[in-house]
Design a binder for this molecule. Sequence first.
Ligand SMILES: *[C@@H]1O[C@H](CO)[C@@H](O)[C@H](O)[C@H]1NC(C)=O
Ligand SMILES: *[C@@H]1O[C@H](CO)[C@@H](O)[C@H](O)[C@H]1NC(C)=O
Length: 372
Amino acid sequence: MGSPRWKRLCLLFLIGLTFSAIFYGHHFTTLDSPTSPRTVARGNPTRDASKQHIPNPTKEQSSLCPWSLKSKVKMDPTFGKQFDFDIPVLMWEQLFTPEAWDRLKERNVPYGWHGLSYAVIASTVKLLNNSANRRLFSMARPPDGCIHCAVVGNGGILNGSRQGKEIDAHDFVFRLNGAVTKGFEEDVGTKTSFYGFTVNTMKNSLLAYAEYGFTQIPQAKDIQYIFIPSDIRDYIMLKSAVLGIPVPEGYDKGDEPQKYFGSEASAGKFKLLHPEFMHYLTERFLRSEIINSQFGHLYMPSTGALMLLTALHTCDQVSAYGFITENYRKFSDHYYEQEKKPLVFYANHDMLLEAELWKSLHRVGVMKLYQR
Ligand SMILES: *[C@@H]1O[C@H](CO)[C@@H](O)[C@H](O)[C@H]1NC(C)=O
Ligand SMILES: *[C@@H]1O[C@H](CO)[C@@H](O)[C@H](O)[C@H]1NC(C)=O
């Protein structure tokens, strides 16, 4: 309790509380109502349980890359034990089995479906039956057999970095939350393959960073969206987006998904992180001491951390840009700010723990962390 880090966390909790009111304030309004019986779960799902062990496509493919980060992971005694490349990264129709429901309904969001409506979860996940829903990448392998990914966080370290060309040279570019590119092309590039978010972080980013030109999340034919399921509203928004209808219920009722994802929305444009994968990531890589505190229920890895770890489990080579480094105090919170704003720590994330993880992964050569 007496460590400086802990004191800082406590101090920042007041600020954190303000934010978590925004982040979680809606939580109780969206819980399962007593009239949507979870008992339906028992007899209803009819999926064949044998379908559960579908090989992870990214795993088979990676053997084609002679310089995969997997070989670096295997050579490292610590990361060798932490990484499990067989765990499914995405949740999709065939993984929605009665067993999956029974297991995940015991765990709270974002790691499970406790208290969430069976009807909403089932009807959402069942729409994810496109081949694009079960794996991240669909394109043919690049000539060298390796999938190169850049994951671009929004850190101030990118201001004046001139990394744009290098970022765009990757096969896939992941961005998240307030990912402004217009006006910052030289530093952060223009290409976006995946945009990761929770509905909450996306909407907060649109509100908070509109003044920097973030008036719309990245939209283009080739962009795919990675939903981080941190609340029932993420499932409801995802379902509405696939169906192309206004959000019918809950916190975002009446919202038009096309506003965010464009008009040509179909199942193939969306991915859903598997709650089990998020649980595994938190347990193995980002088990913060916050979890054991009274704020434990607020904690989850940051959106950036979830995207970077997703890339590390699916790509062969990963470079991280705009992520927190040891010397983060030198830089502004975000690359688009004109005047320096310090990075603020909230009780719902553990940025220092994330910084340590990125540093170690870089040190052993599992990924490249952009530093200056
Ligand atoms: C996916 O499910 C929808 C709705 O149930 C159905 O119309 C569609 O044909 C299915 N697509 C595939 C690829 O199975
Ligand atoms: C970002 O870089 C520009 C140009 O180098 C500079 O004028 C601006 O103050 C920087 N912003 C921050 C927040 O440091």
